[in-house]
Design a binder for this molecule. Structure first.
Ligand SMILES: C[S@@+](CC[C@H](N)C(=O)[O-])C[C@H]1O[C@@H](n2cnc3c(N)ncnc32)[C@H](O)[C@@H]1O
Length: 265
């Protein structure tokens, strides 16, 4: 009997931001294939009998290709396992879920997508930035800095509306390139922006600045994202600099959980 694959969003890091469904699936998985950004506290929720593989391309298996990840998902499902493909944030945002979905459809494997709190939302909450505001910003755009660089094009930023809030995932370190492109798109050099690093973790750091001063910002540890827009100026720095509330709720609890499919390692 074939198993099933769940593309599960793990949220931005704090385990208390997992959905109840994600938590249940993680605790009952036969196999978990996860990205680099999944925190230790979330990995600790995986039962000890489950097959666990870090398929992240930075710290995990540096040379693993997307095709190999797709093949593993299919292979585990064909062995009858309940497979959790655990991705940071939401699986459908900058997570290459599209390619995995295609592979699963092609192999006729049943799958389900479980949304998660995307990094932009975790970071905005942590920094107390209202991403939209009735008087300031009525639209919100997510872009990736990396994709534009890979394509050798800056199109992703050229259509940005100056009154929109912009969240740039994977902004890299070349902030001057981003600033040039945003100024060309019509944003003012005084537009407030914030770099938010390791949002929702105890290591979280927030650096508030303006577009003109962004290139002089200190490098912050990955993962990091950039929020740009007048809404950033509405957040109260002192309140938002407080450490992210500690995680008290979810504990690694494997003893009462049995595998869904007998025989899975
Ligand atoms: C490959 S994308 C995956 C995005 C993910 N699917 C999501 O919905 O958040 C990874 C990028 O997300 C951002 N990111 C993820 N977790 C973050 C966090 N806790 N704090 C800040 N940025 C984060 C960073 O820009 C990082 O380089």
């Amino acid at each position: 009997m074939k198993g099933k694959v769940y593309l599960v969003g793990a949220g931005p890091g704090d385990p208390e931001l997992l959905t109840l469904k994600a938590l249940r699936l993680i605790r009952t998985a036969d196999a978990v294939l996860h990205d680099d950004l999944i925190t230790e506290q979330i990995l600790a929720l995986i039962p000890s009998y489950a097959e666990v593989r870090n398929v992240g391309k930075r710290c995990g298996q540096k040379n693993i290709t997307q095709d190999e990840i797709n093949a593993l998902l299919v292979q585990y499902a064909l062995m009858g396992m309940q497979v959790v493909r655990l991705k940071s944030g939401d699986p459908l945002i900058f997570g290459r879920a599209g390619e995995e979905i295609e592979a699963l459809r092609e192999a006729n494997i049943e799958f389900e997508i479980v949304p998660g709190v995307t990094a932009a939302l975790g970071a905005a909450a942590a920094a107390q930035i209202p991403l939209t505001h009735r008087r300031v910003s009525s639209s919100l755009t997510f872009v990736t800095g990396q994709h534009a660089a890979e394509q050798g094009s800056d199109d992703s930023l050229s259509g940005i509306h100056p009154e929109s809030t912009l969240v740039i995932y994977m902004p890299g370190q070349d902030y001057s390139g981003i600033v040039d492109r945003l100024l060309r798109a019509g944003l003012k050099s005084t537009t407030p922006c914030a770099l938010i690093s390791q949002a929702t973790s105890s290591e979280q750091r927030i650096h508030r600045t303006t577009l003109e001063q962004l290139p002089g910002s200190p490098p912050l540890p990955a993962p990091c994202l950039l929020v740009v827009g007048e809404v950033v100026g509405l957040s109260v720095p002192e309140a938002a600099e407080a450490p992210f509330p500690e995680f008290f709720g979810v504990q690694a609890e494997t003893s009462q959980v049995s595998p869904v499919h007998e025989g899975a390692e």
